[in-house]
Design a protein around this ligand. Structure first.
Ligand SMILES: [Mg+2]
Length: 287
């Protein structure tokens, strides 16, 4: 039984529970058969503008570390990596802020089912069978990646498998924005979720930011997160474009935690593992 290759969330409008690994009626594949944080998604939709505004309001409140999450992490998480995930900085190399960027439903949406006008079609082999994966780019992703690459050290970090995500990244990253690509094996499997543990990057956490549609992905470091809403196919979505001014401001701050951490209460409201079911989760069979 093959593992799923793509780690996705389902739409909040989905009202049924798909069987593991089956193609759902929206054409998405390998989605988790678990409720996907509907309440959290809605909250993020409503709060993202307020969140962006409040980040730079000048509040000097000291960020609150997520001690509970870190304690859980230290005690319960299986550690699969003893070395840092990113290459060490060279002597004298200036450290740009490190931006960890998610793939599925943050930059693209992919499906096994043909869509009218996919931006890419990649072939992925599963159990010796070639499958076509239809990939649609989120609106403004090109402009977003180009500008982000100019400002930051950018890392693609996805819980999907490299045999899917790597060819997608080859086609998506025409600006060579990504300085590194990290896949599922670099995640920590924690309470049914693939978590992206920023402490394993080998970078100063005061200089790290993660952009992800799934709060469970950054449950260990909510104060480093910039949440985005899950994107599936809305052609009028402008969230990536809207984020650019925010990141242009963030580039100039000394410590990202002083900006992002003050919104800790917001993150807590959407990322509590007890509030909602995982939205990126257990590997499942494609058939
Ligand atoms: Mg995602």
């Amino acid at each position: 039984m093959a593992q799923s290759i793509i780690t996705q969330v389902t739409r909040e409008t989905d009202s049924y529970t798909p069987c593991p690994g089956t193609v759902n009626d929206k054409g998405s594949i390998n989605t988790t058969p678990i409720d996907t944080s509907v309440k959290g998604e809605r909250m993020r939709s409503h709060c993202i503008c307020h969140w962006l505004f409040s980040c730079f309001r000048g509040d000097e409140t000291t960020p609150v570390n997520s001690l509970d999450a870190e304690d859980q992490h230290n005690s319960e998480v299986e550690t699969h990596h003893s070395e840092y995930l990113l290459r060490p900085l060279k002597a004298g190399e200036p450290q740009r802020k490190c931006i960890v960027i998610d793939l599925d439903e943050t930059l693209v949406h992919s499906s096994f089912r043909p869509v009218p006008s996919p931006d890419f079609v990649v072939t992925v082999e599963i159990d010796n069978i070639q499958h076509q994966v239809y990939v649609q780019k989120r609106p403004h992703v090109d402009e977003f990646l180009k500008r982000m690459g100019e400002m930051f050290e950018c890392v693609l970090f996805t819980a999907s498998l490299s045999k899917y995500a790597d060819p997608v990244a080859d086609l998506l990253d025409k600006w060579n924005t990504f300085d590194a690509r990290l896949f599922r094996e670099s995640c920590v499997f924690h309470k049914g979720n693939y978590v992206k543990d920023l402490s394993k990057l080998g970078r100063d956490l005061t200089q790290c930011v993660i952009i992800d549609n799934s709060p469970q992905s950054y449950i260990f470091h909510p104060d480093n997160a910039v949440p985005v809403t899950s994107w599936f196919d809305d052609p009028n979505d402008t969230e990536l474009l809207d984020l650019l001014p925010f990141f242009e401001g963030l580039e100039k701050v000394e410590n990202v935690l002083t900006v992002l951490g003050q919104n800790n209460s917001f993150h807590s409201s959407i990322s509590s593992p007890t509030q909602s079911s995982p939205s990126n989760s257990i590997p499942s069979s494609p058939n």
